[in-house]
Design a protein around this ligand. Structure first.
Ligand SMILES: [Zn+2]
Ligand SMILES: [Zn+2]
Length: 157
């Protein structure tokens, strides 16, 4: 499906195609919850990078986490330099994909029948994950990708 997104101040707008648009993937890692998840987690979607079209590129900045004194994470976290909205992550290890934050999407998204809670080991102490009866949770990375989840549940668009 086509996804349309924007930052809060509307200086950055974007569209992309996604075969995997269900917002099921809740990440509680410190980066996601600090940069895009005030409720304790951020939701990462997945789409096709080559279809990403952006208006207002000049208003964006990119945050790359420092891993140590010499290395930066290859994950490039794009955000609006005016209003601070987290927009998407692009990572050179998976260059064909782009991972928009569900919070930046304006299109109606399909409602996931079950959710995955990941990086739960790194959650803030006051956050209690709301686990549905079919939900799965992982201390660190889950055992399936965003694409695998859609395939397992027969939800590929
Ligand atoms: Zn903005
Ligand atoms: Zn995360």
């Amino acid at each position: 499906m086509q996804l349309e997104g924007s930052c809060h101040c509307q200086k950055v707008r974007f569209t992309l195609q996604s075969k995997h648009p269900y917002p099921f993937n809740l990440c509680y890692c410190s980066i996601c919850r600090k940069t895009g998840g005030g409720g304790g987690y951020a939701i990462n979607l997945s789409g096709d990078y080559e279809t990403l079209e952006v208006q207002g590129k000049e208003h964006m900045s990119v945050y790359q986490v420092k891993l140590n004194d010499r290395e930066q994470s290859p994950a490039r976290r794009h955000f609006c330099q005016h209003c601070g909205s987290a927009l998407w992550v692009w990572d050179s290890r998976w260059p064909e994909l782009v991972h928009p934050f569900a919070s930046a999407i304006d299109s109606d998204l399909p409602i996931p029948p079950e959710k995955t809670h990941l990086m739960v080991k790194y959650k803030a102490n006051w956050v209690e994950p709301a686990l549905g009866s079919s939900d799965r949770q992982f201390d660190k990375y889950p055992d399936e990708s965003i694409a695998d989840w859609h395939q397992r549940l027969n939800l590929e668009e």
